[in-house]
Ligand binder design. Structure first.
Ligand code: MG
Length: 379
């Protein structure tokens, strides 16, 4: 089998979220937006797909490197793209991820198997945590400790066994505020009772002292983990924090460097639980390397962000990866409604809080090609 072409299609959809000046997503007035899908075309009539493509980088940088290759040579293609990242700043880990996910999707479609089976299946469902959007100033949204508590109760009623808070952060006036963070975490624990697992992902630029103060409060509230309270390039700060706290510290998430960074954090005991994600690290291929690295050290690894790629990777891990991150959630957003380009969502959840992986070939996404064709934007 040979790769004949890389094609990206861009199409219009209605977005119900907006980004604030710091890049955080919130509910907002419906507005026009665009999405892109990558298709890797082969000479045997089978293709692989991934959403979130960057059309220009794919066309200018990736396409000349991969056309003519065997699409099942994922490892070779991935390593070549990693080496090309040094001289091509636009060739981000996110771009690598779209190519790698499309190649996995293609392999699954060619062989008639879901990706998690090709990887070596360990399970077909994963416990989810409800992952909130960052807080806001929207009445009835996530604007106060009481509002977070009410939403945690709603998520518990939906079946979630775990709930992760993203607190109120800049540009909201008066934030970041460790005291408010602790008040939110306290209100949520008091509302849901002792049995629901709770996690905090706070403001990412706290001082060491503020991070320690919040972490100690979380220990008293029996939180399951504490995530990214400081810049991850300061590994010394994480060694300092992890050494003093009993609550597990999770990371690195946003630090680049793929499996190499995770190995360094494990060796330096900079966190207790490692972190990986297909769009953070460059695809399913590196996430499985990180999963096996962590398993070898008996260090747990938690997977960042939702999506079919992360779900298939999680279902090929017998080692924790305890949770699937379902989100970002907000009282004003209907997460159960698929995006307009899919007929069904990637991550259906049952009443016990488990997300089930698709048994369709490839990544199993239920793509609405009629919608995409009707809304395509000619470039
Ligand atoms: Mg995070």
């Amino acid at each position: 089998m040979k790769i004949l072409d890389l094609v990206t299609r861009t199409f219009r959809y209605t977005n119900h979220t907006v980004r604030d000046s710091e890049g955080h997503t919130h509910p907002g007035p419906p507005h026009d937006a665009t999405q892109s899908v990558l298709e890797i075309v082969t000479d045997e009539g089978v293709s692989g797909y991934c959403f979130g493509a960057s059309p220009d980088v794919i066309a200018q940088v990736v396409k000349p490197l991969v056309v003519g290759r065997d699409p099942l040579d994922r490892e070779k293609i991935w390593h070549h793209l990693v080496e090309m990242q040094r001289g091509n700043r636009g060739l981000s880990d996110r771009v690598l991820a779209t190519v790698d996910l499309a190649l996995w999707d293609l392999a699954g479609r060619a062989l008639g198997q879901p990706v998690y089976k090709l990887l070596g299946a360990a399970r077909d469902k994963v416990l989810a945590y409800a992952s909130t959007m960052c807080g806001d100033e929207l009445p009835g949204g996530l604007d106060s400790p009481e509002a977070y508590a009410a939403y945690a109760l709603a998520c518990k009623a939906r079946g979630y066994q775990a709930f992760k808070i993203h607190t109120r952060m800049p540009p909201i006036a008066g934030t970041p505020n460790p005291r408010e963070d602790i008040a939110i975490c306290t209100a949520v624990r008091e509302a849901v009772g002792p049995d629901m697992a709770l996690m905090l992902d706070s403001f990412h630029y706290y001082t060491r002292e503020d991070a320690l103060r919040i972490g100690r409060a979380l220990e008293k509230l029996d939180y399951e983990w504490f995530e990214e309270p400081m810049p991850e390039h300061s590994m010394s700060s994480y060694i300092w924090l992890t050494d003093q706290l009993d609550i597990p510290i999770v990371g690195p998430e946003t630090a680049e460097g793929k499996m190499y960074t995770r190995a360094e954090w494990i060796m330096h005991r900079a966190s207790d639980i490692s972190r990986a994600g297909v769009f953070d690290n460059g695809g399913i291929t590196p996430v499985m390397k990180i999963a096996h690295l962590c398993e070898s050290f008996r260090v747990q690894v938690e997977i960042h962000s939702p999506g079919a790629g992360n779900l298939h990777a999680l279902c090929a891990m017998a080692w924790p990866g305890k949770y699937y991150e379902r989100g970002l959630l907000h009282p004003f957003i209907d997460y159960e409604r698929p995006p307009q380009w899919l007929r069904t969502i990637d991550d259906p959840m049952d009443d016990e809080g488990y997300v089930h992986v698709s048994s369709r070939p490839g990544l199993g996404q239920d793509i609405d090609w009629d919608y995409i064709a009707a809304h395509e934007v000619k470039r």
